[in-house]
Design a protein around this ligand. Structure first.
Ligand code: LLP
Length: 384
C-alpha cells in the first residue's frame, strides 16, 4: 500500500516508530457510517477508548458523532473537544465517585449502569450535587460473541452488566431512586465481531428484555446496543471500510421498536482501525538455527494487541521491490519479553537494517494501549 514516493520520502525523514493516520480514509469511513446510521435514524457514540488522539477525535466530533466514554477523563476530554454533553454516554463497571460527579456536572446524555450498587451510588451522588442522572441499565444478555475470550463481554461469566437474575431487584431499586431517571437499556456483547448472526441474536435478546420492562409498565426510550463491529485485519486494502449498511440493516430489521424509541450504538474499532498503521524500522536481522528474525524498533510498548490477544495484524515491507526474494521472518520488537513478537513465520521480501515495516490496521486499540515499559519514549504519530 505504501509504495508511492511522496509517502516514502516523508516516512524516511521521520523518526521511527510512529503511528501513521490516513485522515482521508478516516473521513470516508466516518461519512459512510454516519450516512448509513442517519438513514435509519440511528445514533452513534464513538467509543473513545479505541483511539483518543486529539486530531482523530476532532474529525469525529466535526462529523457529528456522540461520544462513548469509560472514564471521567474521557468525559472531560469529549467536553473539551466540543462533543455536545447530550451526546455523551459514560460506561464501565468501576466508575469512581469523582468520575461520576464530573459526568453529573456536565449533564451527560446517560450513564450506562452496570450494577445495583452503582445505581445507589449514582443516586446518592446526584442528590448531593442537586442533579438527576439519566441512566441506561446495562443488561448482560448472555450472547456469545464468538470472538477472542478477552474481548467477549456479554456472557454470564463476564463481569459486565446486570445479570438476568438481578433485574427484578434492579428495577425496584430504580423505582426508589429519586435522582435517577431510567432512559433505557444498554447491551454490548464483545468486540471484533464479524459474524452478523451474533448481532441478530443480540436483537432477539434485546427485544425480550425490552418487553420485560414494558410489561411492567416501564417505558424504554433508548435502546443502546453497544459496539463491536469488526474489521478485516487480513485484507486491509481490499476492505478498508466495514460494511456499515449490512450492520445497521440487521438492527433495523430485527429490533422491535416504535417511532419514538431511539437506537444508539457505541462503535470504536470499525470507525478508526483501518486508518492507522504502525510504521517501524528494521534495527537488525538475525538468522538462528531455525529462524530468521526481523528485529524492529517498535514493540509491545507501541502495539500490544498481538502479544495480549494473539491478534493478527498484516505486516508489510514498505516500498518493497516487486519480485524480491521472500523469506519467512519472526517479526519481533526490542522489549525484554519473549512475547514481544508481532508475527511468526511472516513471509516478507528479504529485508535489511534500515528498511521500513508497516503493521496495518492499528488505528484502534493501538496508540491508546501504548505503555512506557522499559522507559520507552512516548509514541509519535504522523498524519496523511
Ligand atoms: N461499548 C462498550 C461497552 C465496550 O466495552 C466497548 C469495547 C465498545 C463499546 C467499543 O467496541 P468496538 O466497537 O471498538 O468493538 N482492546 C481490545 C478491545 C477491547 C474492547 C473493549 N470494549 C482489542 O484491542 O481488541
Amino acid at each position: 500500500m505504501f509504495n508511492n514516493n511522496t509517502i516514502l520520502e516523508r516516512f524516511a525523514q521521520q523518526e521511527t516508530p510512529f503511528y501513521y493516520y490516513d485522515l482521508q480514509l478516516l473521513e470516508e469511513t466516518l461519512t459512510q457510517a454516519k450516512a448509513a446510521a442517519d438513514k435509519r435514524n440511528f445514533h452513534i457514540h464513538y467509543a473513545l477508548k479505541a483511539n483518543f488522539n486529539d486530531r482523530v477525535l476532532a474529525i469525529i466530533q466535526e462529523k457529528g458523532f456522540g461520544a462513548d466514554c469509560v472514564s471521567g477523563n474521557e468525559v472531560q476530554k469529549s467536553i473539551d473537544l466540543g462533543f455536545p454533553a447530550d451526546k455523551i454516554t459514560f460506561a464501565g463497571v468501576g466508575k469512581a465517585d469523582k468520575e461520576i460527579i464530573t459526568a453529573l456536572k456536565h449533564r451527560i446524555f446517560a450513564f450506562n449502569v452496570e450494577s445495583i450498587q452503582e445505581l445507589e451510588v449514582i443516586n446518592a451522588l446526584a442528590a448531593e450535587v442537586g442533579e438527576t442522572a439519566n441512566i441506561s441499565l446495562r443488561i448482560n444478555p448472555n450472547v456469545d460473541a464468538h470472538t477472542h475470550h478477552y474481548i467477549t463481554t456479554g456472557l454470564d461469566e463476564n463481569k459486565f452488566g446486570v445479570p438476568n437474575s438481578e433485574l427484578e431487584k434492579a428495577a425496584a431499586v430504580i423505582g426508589n431512586c429519586a435522582h435517577i431517571n431510567l432512559l433505557g437499556l444498554h447491551f454490548h456483547v464483545g468486540s471484533q465481531i464479524t459474524d452478523m448472526n451474533v448481532f441478530k441474536s443480540l436483537c432477539v435478546k434485546v427485544n425480550e428484555w425490552k418487553n420485560w420492562f414494558e410489561e411492567r409498565g416501564t417505558y424504554i426510550k433508548v435502546i443502546n446496543v453497544g459496539g463491536g463491529l469488526g474489521v478485516d485485519y487480513q485484507n486491509p486494502d481490499a476492505n478498508p471500510i466495514p460494511d456499515f449498511e449490512a450492520y445497521f440493516d440487521i438492527f433495523d430489521k430485527f429490533l422491535e421498536r416504535n417511532a419514538q424509541q431511539e437506537v444508539h450504538f457505541e462503535l470504536g474499532r470499525a470507525l478508526v482501525a483501518q486508518a492507522g498503521t504502525l510504521v517501524s524500522k528494521v534495527l537488525y536481522t538475525k538468522s538462528g538455527a531455525k529462524k530468521n528474525f526481523l528485529i524492529l524498533d517498535a514493540g509491545m510498548t507501541e502495539l500490544m494487541r498481538p502479544m495480549l490477544y494473539q491478534a493478527y495484524h498484516k505486516i508489510e515491507k514498505i516500498g518493497a521491490d516487486v519480485g524480491a526474494k521472500e523469506l519467512n521472518y519472526d517479526v519481533v520488537g526490542p522489549i525484554c519479553e519473549s512475547s514481544d513478537c508481532f508475527g511468526k513465520e511472516v513471509p516478507l521480501p528479504q529485508s535489511q537494517r534500515g528498511d521500513l515495516i508497516a503493521i496495518r490496521t492499528a488505528g484502534a486499540y493501538g496508540e491508546v494501549m501504548a505503555s512506557r515499559y522499559n522507559l520507552r519514549e512516548e509514541v509519535r504519530y504522523v498524519f496523511s
